[in-house]
Design a binder for this molecule. Structure first.
Ligand code: NAD
Ligand code: UGA
Length: 464
């Protein structure tokens, strides 16, 4: 018989835990959903009018359930104790120390969450891996739970990776391509899988809820991100060839994307992919392959990351070479700092590397992003190795694009915010020093139109 889920808890109120639990609460008013995090500031923000995550449509979803059956708390122990089913949605960053540094996933937050669950739990609970983790992590979680339960609690561990993309999280949660649930192939495992299926079945058609064994589910998440990132590196590699030959990468993408076997999505050339997950998950996959003694497979996937790094550095090189081999003291307007539009997230944003390298070339950067705070930009660049002194002397944050552009030698677009598509080009040209150079790393501007307005223009993937 399927165990009815009446109370859910989620450990981690981040980009995934917050929106995902808000959607579950909104769609399942009969289930109490408690999101627990030790980060007091984050929890307070979820309970306020200014959510910690910017996502179109999220405010309304949270407001519809907050205080009714959706709660955000720092009382992690009580949240665990009161739940039938516990999602673990904590961070799994790339390990920065010791064995596997720079590649393996750092599982310390997963492990401490598992230890706390074991310590606090009584009775039977379903534990769901929501975080992205290396294949076989469920084994580690199971053994921690089994060895540390003073109250004799029993557990079933499921894998239920999240496929939402930032900026479209609400849409993705409302109507996902699929929900993937992996469990142990035993009667108890099947019952736990069915219990979770019944939660999602409140709003997702059954045929889109896929169930597999644990390892297939864990691995599919890494593989999905690896394939998506690979498509971007593939089209970015072709963007360089287009620039060299006079082809247009958007035309090539359209032509190949109309082949139904290839498909049109994820073929937009850019200054490089960013975000908290693609690089981390690719490196994690590489590390797994190496651990399982598959160096050829590891090398194949590593190349996707290497191409991405090259794409970012060749963009900087293009700027420096075009500006007569020096940007020292030159004002460069940077439009966009988030890793993609419609989010305030800057994790692994290509803008970080591009700005860092331009600052190290002694450029003067005037940065504008409609959603990212000055504080975040400062922190990101300091973490990337830019000195506070260089930031103080060579960087300013602007509150609108035209202020950033005023008196600039060049402008570079690094995020595809819609508002950049409709920049007033005659006004931009009038504000800039001449020749007025544009480097469009997101192909949001039309090369023909830029040239017609008098700019010296470079648009990623467009040969002149
Ligand atoms: P995040 O850093 O925004 O949030 C993680 C939160 O977990 C933090 O607020 C932290 O304080 C909290 N936390 C850590 N240990 C805890 C504990 N023991 N108890 C309670 N809270 C704890 O991370 P995120 O972006 O939400 O990502 C979470 C996971 O989901 C990662 O594995 C990531 O790879 C995966 N993922 C992320 C996305 C995305 O779009 N960001 C999409 C799919 C999957
Ligand atoms: C990605 C996946 O799309 C999600 O399915 C997955 O759940 C998530 O990672 C995760 O595991 O964290 P996300 O990183 O939020 O989602 O955003 P994407 O839309 O995938 O964009 C990632 C990066 O690729 C961005 O920098 C974006 O600008 C870039 N991109 C995307 C391109 O350069 N070209 C494209 O055609 C698409």
């Amino acid at each position: 018989m399927t165990m009815p889920i009446k109370s859910i808890c989620c450990l981690g109120a981040g980009y995934v835990g917050g929106p995902t639990m808000a959607m579950i609460a909104a769609k399942c008013p009969h289930i109490k959903v408690t999101v627990a995090d030790m980060n007091e500031q984050r929890v307070a923000a979820w309970n306020s009018d200014t959510l910690p995550v910017y996502e179109p449509g999220l405010d309304a979803i949270v407001a519809s359930a907050l205080g009714r059956n959706l709660h955000f708390t720092t009382d992690i122990r009580s949240a665990i104790a009161g739940a039938d089913l516990i999602f673990v949605s904590v961070g799994t960053p790339t390990k920065s120390y010791g064995i596997g540094a720079g590649r393996a996933a750092d599982l310390r937050y997963i492990e401490s969450a598992a230890r706390l669950i074991a310590e606090v739990s009584e009775g039977h609970k379903i534990i769901v891996e929501k975080s992205t983790i290396p294949v076989k992590t469920a084994t580690a979680i199971k053994s921690i739970l089994a060895a540390n339960s003073p109250n004799g609690a029993t557990f079933q561990v499921l894998s239920n990776p999240e496929f939402l993309a930032e900026g479209t999280a609400v849409e993705d949660l409302q109507s996902p391509d699929r929900i993937l649930i992996g469990g142990e192939i035993t009667p108890e495992g099947n019952a736990a899988v069915e219990a979770l299926v019944s939660v999602y079945a409140n709003w997702i058609p059954r045929e889109r809820i896929l169930t597999t064994n644990l390892w297939s589910s864990e691995l599919s998440k890494l593989v999905a991100n690896a394939f998506l990132a690979q498509r971007i590196s593939s089209i970015n590699s072709i963007s360089a060839l287009c620039e060299a030959t006079g082809a247009d990468v958007d035309e090539v993408a359209r032509a190949i994307g109309m082949d139904s076997r290839i498909g049109p999505k994820f073929l937009k050339a850019s200054v490089g992919f960013g975000g908290s997950c693609f690089q981390k998950d690719l490196l994690n996959l590489v590390y797994l392959c190496e651990s399982f003694n598959l160096p050829q497979v590891a090398k194949y996937w590593r190349q996707v990351v290497q191409l991405n790094d090259w794409q970012k550095s060749r963009f900087v090189e293009k700027i420096v070479r075009t500006l007569y081999n020096t940007v020292n003291g030159k004002r460069i307007a940077i439009l966009g700092f988030a890793f993609k539009k419609d989010t305030n997230d800057t994790r692994e944003s290509p803008a970080i590397q591009v700005c860092r390298d331009l600052l190290h070339e002694r450029a003067h950067l005037a940065i504008y992003d409609p959603r990212v705070s000055a504080e975040t930009i400062h922190q990101d660049l300091i973490a990337a190795g830019v000195s506070p002194e260089l930031i103080a002397t060579n960087m300013e944050i602007c509150s609108d694009p035209y202020t950033a552009i005023k008196g600039a030698h060049a402008l570079a677009t690094l995020t595809e915010w819609d508002e950049f598509r409709t920049l007033d080009l005659p006004r931009v040209y009038g504000l800039m020093l001449k020749p007025a150079f544009v480097f469009d790393g997101r192909a949001v501007l039309s090369l023909e139109s830029l040239v017609a307005h008098g700019f010296e223009a470079f648009v990623i993937g467009k040969g002149l």
